[in-house]
Design a protein around this ligand. Structure first.
Ligand code: DGJ
Length: 695
């Protein structure tokens, strides 16, 4: 089966994945129309799909266009908007050709008058139902000709996704804030324009650039779900429009309203990928498909097991000294930790968040002989070495800022707003990006650093670049600059791994995951709160990327006291780390922690590389013949009856499964119908069930 086909008679293109199809057509008027996104179709079937008629009134306009640009009778949210040098607007596209190359399709259009070429790109992969889409806009004028005038690009979305007409629509997405990221919301999609966005220069804690839409009837394991996710780590906007006629379109891309970029003769502006996925196995199947896609086509090292990390932040905050780090490292190593990370506070004059960012040399009073001795000690203890950095930031109280006050985002005659006492370095500037690459490269090389936790702790304000020809570009170019520094650093140091962080989960997206290995999910390490954060995170992103630390009780942020085993079992659902003050853990706690680290290492391949099923108060991971269920019991009201059985998902009813803890063998059919042999007694109880298929 060809992944992409074209039917010249009806001018219909069809993209096919194993379990879905996507079709578009050039209609008689030359408009590119959306035809189909959903269950699999053959080329003949796709060609036979009738185009949906638009409303007849003069008050409505075109519907179900594949990529609605501003201009003509179009009244929806434009995917593309430009302004010409004469202040005129509007686009009028003429189809000029297409290219098919394996799973890739590119359609070209040229404006009837202006020197603009639009390419719409599509790509499918043999092992995924995800359709990748992006767009590029080229200024085709020859330099020095009459058409060599700048075009302002006000909006260039990556794609517009059209849904089939359903009886009803429901929107799923995540919202939140610092220490409360990834809260899943499922709400009816109103007959309105619903915009999810970040205007902060980063992906944001408040919203994450993906959504899912269903007919209101999908469940965790059944029903059709359409979803789209943007691979972008800066500001972004996704708008889901539902009309009174029941048409739903979702247009999205990088950038928020306001900033515009200038395209000059010969220039091309290319968007990030906005990937779409149709599944008919409910939200669970959608998540599993997104996880597989992320592992297969996004992450740099998907098959590597993520190490058990120790991070010193919650234990010592800014009180980072070589002596204390050594003590923590010794305790961490004894627990079975594999990578020891020194967090904020190791450099310059960094004694609090008031000073030092930008001066990336070890603080001499804290590390008299530099980082070398600590790194050597960590290695001697059998662990790899990780270090916290925040390359995009500077404190005004720093040598860097005193030397280069012009390196930060700023606007003439406006105050420079400080957040957490820091300003944002302009990574759109090549000299700033080169400076960052220079010190990072030297630092990583000097100590053979294995792991960087790359943090980013504030949103953009006064995002200007006085004197730049096209200052708004920095909203995009800063992101490209950060991505490029990460890419070049990784290329120069193939052993280096990166953890993305922005005050917890403020920069999690498919763009950053293409050059990092895992992310710091949230600064909220309260295991109870983590359950909902991890639930929302898991909707799109896989467990192997989700760093989860076990920290102290009472939790420093929320004050909640939780048993050590519960804290561990919640963190075990992702890439386990430890972030507590081990110097204050009792010998009993340390012994229990060591046992739990051991337990995690045993289930780690299944958790990190298996398929996720979200169960009630539990998550299940399945890898080949192995099944792991991590279950939690939250405080509940006793109603006189035993709790309902915890039924696993996706087992083979014909096979039998051995419980690795008890050695008992159970029929898959019985487990599926009657639940796991599990009794969780008492509040905050937790358990790990390990099953292996035996015949
Ligand atoms: C925010 C991060 O999320 C924390 O884990 C810690 O690294 C601090 N920054 C350090 O400033």
């Amino acid at each position: 089966m060809d992944a992409v086909t074209f039917d010249p008679a009806t001018r219909t293109w069809l993209l096919r994945t194993a379990n879905s199809s996507y079709a578009l057509r050039l209609d008689d008027a030359g408009l590119l129309r959306h035809v189909h996104w959903g269950r699999p179709l053959t080329p003949a079937q796709a060609a036979a799909v009738p185009l949906r008629e638009g409303p007849a009134s003069s008050f409505d306009g075109a519907v179900r266009e594949e990529y609605p640009s501003e201009g003509g009778a179009r009244f929806g949210v434009p995917a593309l908007q430009v302004r010409y040098a004469d202040r005129g607007r509007g686009l009028q596209w003429r189809h000029t050709g297409h290219r098919i190359d394996g799973g890739a399709l590119a359609l070209s259009f040229h404006d009837d008058h202006h020197p603009l070429e639009l390419e719409l790109h599509y790509r499918v992969h043999p092992d995924s139902d995800v359709v990748e889409r992006w767009a590029s806009l080229r200024h085709t004028a020859e330099a020095g000709t009459a058409q060599d005038t700048p075009v302002e690009v006000l909006r260039l979305d990556s794609a517009c996704w059209t849904l089939p007409v359903l009886d009803d629509y429901r929107l799923s997405h995540v919202t939140g804030g610092w220490s409360g990221e990834f809260r899943l919301h499922r709400t009816p999609l109103p007959a309105a324009e619903t915009t999810l966005t970040s205007r902060r220069g980063i992906t944001s804690h408040q919203a994450n650039p993906w959504l899912m839409v269903d007919g209101g009837d999908a469940g965790e394991e059944h029903g059709e779900v359409w979803g789209a996710a943007l691979a972008w780590s800066g500001s972004w906007r996704i708008t889901a429009s539902r009309s009174h006629t029941g048409d739903v379109a979702v247009t999205g891309g990088a950038g928020h309203e306001g900033p515009a970029v200038v395209l000059r003769a010969g220039g091309t502006w290319e968007t990030p990928v906005f990937a779409g996925l149709y599944t008919d196995g409910g939200f669970g199947a959608a998540s599993r498909a997104w996880h597989r896609y992320t592992a297969g086509h996004v992450l740099p090292r998907p098959d590597e097991l993520r190490p058990v990390v120790y991070n010193s932040w919650e234990a010592v905050q800014f009180d980072v000294t070589e002596e204390k780090q050594r003590e923590l490292a010794a305790r961490a190593a004894a627990l079975g930790v594999e990578l020891f990370t020194v967090d904020d506070g190791w450099f310059g004059a960094r004694r609090s968040d008031a000073a030092g960012l930008g001066d990336w040399t070890p603080a001499p009073d804290r590390f008299p002989d530099g980082l070398g001795p600590l790194v050597a000690e960590v290695r001697r203890l059998g662990m790899r070495f990780g270090l916290w950095v925040e390359p995009e930031m500077v404190n005004p109280d720093s040598d860097l800022y005193r030397a280069h006050p012009d390196w930060v985002l700023h606007t003439a005659h406006r105050d420079r707003t400080e957040l957490r006492n820091q300003l944002v370095l302009n990574f759109a500037r090549p000299d700033v990006a080169e400076w960052a690459l220079g010190w990072l490269d030297a630092l990583v090389a000097e100590h053979r650093i294995d792991y960087l936790k790359w943090d980013m702790n504030r949103a953009f304000t006064e995002a200007g670049w006085p004197g730049a020809a096209d200052p708004d570009r920095l909203w995009h170019d800063h992101v490209h600059g950060v991505h490029r520094v990460m890419d070049r650093l990784r290329a120069a140091h193939p052993g280096l791994r990166i953890e993305a962080c922005a005050g917890g989960g403020g920069r999690v997206d498919l763009g950053v995951l293409a050059r990092t290995d895992q992310v710091w999910t949230s600064d909220n390490t309260d295991a109870h709160d983590r359950l909902s954060i991890q639930h929302g995170y898991s909707q799109l992103y896989p467990a192997r990327t989700m760093t989860a630390w076990v920290t102290d009780s009472p939790n420093p942020l929320t004050g909640r006291r939780l048993p050590l085993a519960f804290r561990f079992r919640v963190a075990m659902a992702g890439a386990l780390g430890i972030g507590g003050d081990l110097l204050h853990w009792s010998p009993e706690e340390l012994a229990e922690a060591a046992r739990l680290v051991e337990e995690y290492k045993e289930i780690r391949p299944v958790v990190q590389q298996g398929e996720l099923h979200r169960l009630r108060d539990a998550v299940q991971y399945t890898l080949g013949d192995r099944v792991v269920v991590v279950a939690w019991r939250l405080p509940s009201v006793y109603d006189g009856a035993a709790p309902a059985p915890l039924r696993p998902a996706g087992l083979d009813p014909q096979r039998r499964y051995r419980d690795e803890a008890t050695g008992e063998v159970h029929h898959g059919a019985v487990l599926l119908a009657h639940g796991l042999p599990l009794r969780l007694a008492g509040d905050w109880a937790s358990a790990v069930v390990r099953l292996t298929a035996v015949d």
